[in-house]
Ligand binder design. Structure first.
Ligand code: GAP
Length: 522
């Protein structure tokens, strides 16, 4: 069980700022809550993640195509999708601390604490019984664990009922019955729970009348649904097929803490896979496995992922789960995989009055397809990569390496903002010129960085801190035999290779194609 690590999160936030990954938005005006800007390294990292996702979707599957729909959409889209009426979070204020919370999250936190207690009981028993410990038996028989489990079941059931029926009074009663206090002040002086719609609205055109009110899209998916027939017809797509899209989405989140985990402006990477009704469970299982493999191929550690099935299904879904990642705050949703039935297309058909059906040439019948959706937050993925990559370690001095401590970002080479730093050992004797020549050769296929200031040890540390997987060092031997050393970020080991081998070697190690080949279906 992951324990929340606030300290680790703080370190990642400050490192991300110090090294040009992520800045608070409009920082010179003291920032804007839950909005962030990506700096020079963050933008490259984000681009590389997006590229990996886009290519995994559109190159590896000949039945998936990508689109780029507008952020602004006809306002009726959001009526049809259910967002105007039901895209609400239940919010509650604490009268003493003046802090605002999501009521459902306060209750979920309460449940998490009970689950932590169960885990602690199991850890204690494991220590006591040593090798003979049978975890499953313990969890299913220990009276204290059974008591906690019963409570978890009861609270979850009440939460599910209150959320499902939109009963805000029941939600407040649950908070009172469970004696949940404000996590900041400890006060239990709560207001009533109110529904809060998360969509941002603005006005289009110059007339301030009702008809001109439009929304900033809260998800990219609807841009895919409304273009379903356009793409199917113009691309002559046959079911099953998918439409992929990446782009900005906006939500006026009530509680927007935890860095780029929950933002008010963020980016999604979504794919809607249109299937024949009745076949959706087969494809749901396919996409669960396929998406997990996409994550695992990056090598951030299998132990960092787990599936979490939704008990509380949205009204449009007949199955849904999250891929959770072990963030510094514990396991949290990174990606959602949802079987959305024909809910969206059916509603758009009804609201627009236009037929949104697929004509099946094999059976000569038309039908509204069912949809499996995979939806991942790009920013959340950046945070997952940074969380898994950030390491502090002690270093013993060795050739070229300063001793002491280093902070290293072990970002997968494919995603690293800079792939190779080319460093002349000293700033004289023709070494800078030779290093510049190497940059000129590599720069067409690899993001390079040249630097000749400071000791080589200091320069290695700076590259470690931004996650550059390879440093190429040009020394006096280079001028004699045209070889350089490659220094590997994670092991700090060095190897000598001919300059002529560099491009092939490094491109293979850093290319998205290498990763895609691991994922390719037979
Ligand atoms: N179309 C389905 C949909 O939007 P969602 O679970 O609301 O589903 C999908 O969002 C993904 O978008 C989440 O798994 C998460 O990675 C990301 N996401 C959602 N809200 C976010 C926010 N406020 N900030 C950053 N990422 C967010």
């Amino acid at each position: 069980m992951a324990q929340a690590d606030d300290n680790q999160l703080k370190k990642i936030i400050s490192h991300a700022k110090e090294y040009g990954f992520i800045f608070p938005s409009s920082e010179i005006y003291d920032g804007l809550s839950a909005v962030y800007d990506y700096g020079q390294n963050g933008a490259e990292l984000k681009f590389n993640i997006r590229d990996y996702w886009w290519k995994a979707m559109t190159l590896l599957h000949d039945n998936i195509v990508g689109i780029d729909a507008a952020i602004f959409m006809h306002p009726t889209v959001w009526k049809a999708s259910g967002h105007v009426d039901a895209f609400n979070d239940p919010m509650i204020d604490n009268r003493d601390s003046k802090k605002r919370y999501r009521a459902d999250q306060l209750i979920e936190k309460y449940v998490e604490k009970l689950e932590d207690k169960i885990e602690k009981e199991a850890e204690k028993a494991a220590r006591r019984f040593g090798e003979n410990f049978n975890r499953e038996l313990f969890l299913s028989t220990n009276p204290r664990v059974l008591e906690y489990r019963k409570k978890v079941g009861e609270v979850n059931e009440k939460l599910k009922q209150a959320m499902g029926s939109g009963d805000m009074a029941a939600l407040k009663q649950l908070i009172i019955d469970l004696e949940i206090a404000d996590p900041e002040s400890g006060s239990r002086n709560w207001t009533d729970v109110r529904q809060f719609n998360l969509m941002f609205s603005t006005e289009i055109g110059s007339l301030a009348e009702e008809a001109s009110k439009i929304y900033l899209r809260p998800e990219t998916a609807q841009g895919i649904f409304v273009n379903f027939l356009n793409v199917q017809k113009t691309g002559r797509m046959k079911i099953p097929f998918g439409i992929a899209q990446t782009g900005k989405a906006f939500r006026n989140e009530i509680v927007a803490r935890q860095f780029i985990f929950r933002m008010r402006e963020f980016e999604q990477m979504e794919m809607q896979f249109f299937v024949k009704p009745g076949e959706e469970m087969k494809w749901y299982a396919f996409w669960k496995e396929h998406r997990l493999n996409w994550h695992l191929a990056l090598g951030l550690g299998e132990h960092n992922y787990r599936f979490h099935d939704h008990l509380n299904l949205a009204h449009y879904a007949n199955a849904a789960c999250d891929i959770q990642f072990n963030f510094p705050m514990g396991f949290r949703e990174l990606e959602g995989i949802h079987s959305r039935t024909d809910f969206d297309l059916k509603n758009h058909e009804q609201y627009s009055g236009k037929k949104l059906q697929y004509f099946d040439p094999d059976t000569n019948q038309s039908y509204i397809p069912y949809v499996i959706e995979t939806s991942i937050g790009l920013d959340r993925m950046v945070m997952a990569v940074l969380s898994a990559a950030y390491r502090e370690e002690k270093v013993t001095s060795a050739e070229g390496e300063d001793g002491g401590e280093r902070v290293v970002l072990s970002i997968p080479p494919v995603l690293a903002p800079v792939k190779v730093a080319v460093l002349p050992l000293v700033k004289k004797d023709g070494l800078p010129e030779k290093a510049q020549q190497i940059v000129q050769q590599l720069k067409f296929s690899l993001k390079c960085y040249y630097e000749d200031k400071d000791t080589i040890g200091r320069r290695y540390r700076r590259q470690d801190a931004i996650g550059t997987p390879y440093c190429v060092t040009v020394d006096h031997q280079t001028l004699q035999d045209d070889t350089v050393t490659i220094r590997h970020r994670d092991t700090m080991k060095q190897e000598r290779v001919p300059v002529t081998h560099l491009e092939k070697l490094l491109t293979e190690a850093c290319s998205v194609n290498t990763l895609l080949k691991k994922l390719a279906l037979p």
